[in-house]
Design a protein around this ligand. Structure first.
Ligand code: AMP
Length: 196
């Protein structure tokens, strides 16, 4: 079993790369952003709560995110592995995830961080806004999301570096080139750590 985390700023291509990885390694994709957008569409209580944070580019409270993620992860008990996209977003979430997976004796295997320069992130998100219809893809909200990424999420790189699980990939290339680097790095990691 392999469990992978995809880290990276908003617009770094996590969703796109997650799709490639799940196909190649037969994993289940858990994107907290997608999960909450789905709840918003359904008009559920959790969706209404999530929207009040998402629209401002703020993080949804940890307790809400963890409860929902845990519920979804349980639906895939027999999966070959999970890929977490957009989760964890801060050290508290990282520590909680470690605790949960360790209890199940299925720890995080690898953390892939997609690195993309800030100017390019803006260009990408504003382009995506034209088709996504996402209420948080506006210039002002993007600025807040990037600020929160730098202050809350990026420190997770150090957290996973200490665990010798971090792979940094240049995400400032076309999708297929990035996907090739990501899968090569994952393959090497699996080989070296005997994870199969
Ligand atoms: P994303 O699709 O990953 O860019 O997430 C969109 C928005 O959903 C974020 O800006 C947050 O408001 C919220 N969100 C997604 N994942 C998390 C998380 N792990 N913790 C807190 N908020 C989250």
């Amino acid at each position: 079993m392999i469990n992978i985390i995809l880290l990276g700023a908003p617009g770094s291509g996590k969703g796109t790369q997650a799709e490639k990885i799940i196909q190649r390694y037969n994993l289940v994709h858990l994107s907290t952003g997608d999960i909450f957008r789905e709840e918003i569409k359904k008009g559920s209580a959790i969706g209404i709560l999530a929207k009040s944070y998402i629209d401002k580019g703020e993080l949804i409270p940890d307790s809400v995110v963890l409860k929902e993620l845990y519920r979804r992860a349980l639906l895939h008990k027999n999966a070959k592995g999970l890929i977490f996209d957009g989760f964890p977003r801060n050290e508290k979430q990282g520590a909680m995830l470690d605790l949960l997976l360790r209890k199940k004796k299925k720890p995080i295997s690898i953390v892939v961080c997609l690195e993309v320069p800030e100017e390019e992130l803006f260009v990408r998100i504003l382009k995506r806004a034209q088709i996504s219809g996402r209420t948080d893809d506006t210039e002002e909200v993007i600025k807040n999301r990037l600020r929160i990424y730098r202050s809350e999420t990026e420190p997770l790189k150090e957290y996973y570096k200490k665990q010798h699980k971090l792979i940094e990939v240049n995400g400032n290339r076309d999708v297929l080139n990035v996907a090739h680097s990501v899968s090569t790095s994952i393959d090497e990691f699996i080989e070296n750590k005997n994870l199969k």
